[in-house]
Write a protein that binds this ligand. Structure first.
Ligand SMILES: [Cu+2]
Length: 160
């Protein structure tokens, strides 16, 4: 095969693979509700703590997407809550003061991000005071599976 033909075939294959990846990238809707609830902390269920949670559980539900997917996220802070809450996805590379900003009871926040970096990342409430919101239960994990399952890239992302 002539070099020019080989080059043309290679270009077509790479273009085809790139297009296939674009086609397979998904829009993944994730909705969580900030819930201030009393949760049992012993097996009998008679000892409870005033917990702040995502969807009523500690930790919050795991979120799992593929590298390149768009996470289409909505946080609901119901009006019956007493505190502001927020969502800080460490897998996201966004304007943290905007997307991760807290919302008051009765408000809803929506933002999207592309999961660009594969790995396992924490998510947590970032409302003030952040350590208190995490200690009371507002944390979980997001897994971003790599496109190439053999490779986990080592990169630095949002650590706050
Ligand atoms: Cu919170």
């Amino acid at each position: 095969m002539h070099t020019l033909k080989k080059t043309a075939v290679a270009v077509m294959m790479v273009t085809g693979l790139f297009s296939a990846q674009q086609v397979f990238a998904k829009n993944v809707k994730v909705t969580m509700t900030a819930m201030e609830v009393d949760l049992a902390v012993n097996n009998k269920g008679d000892a409870k703590m005033a917990a702040w949670t995502f969807d009523g559980s500690i930790p919050g539900k795991p979120v799992r997407v593929d590298e390149g997917d768009t996470v289409d996220f909505t946080l609901i802070n119901p009006p019956e809550n007493k505190n502001s809450h927020a969502m800080d996805f460490h897998a996201a590379q966004v304007d943290v003061l905007n997307e991760f900003g807290e919302i008051k009871p009765g408000q809803t926040k929506h933002f999207k991000f592309e999961a660009k970096v594969p790995g396992v990342f924490m998510y947590h409430c970032g409302a003030s005071t952040m350590a208190q919101h995490i200690a009371k239960g507002m944390y979980g994990m997001i897994i971003v599976d790599p496109k190439d399952k053999r490779i986990i890239q080592k990169q630095t992302v949002n650590i706050c």
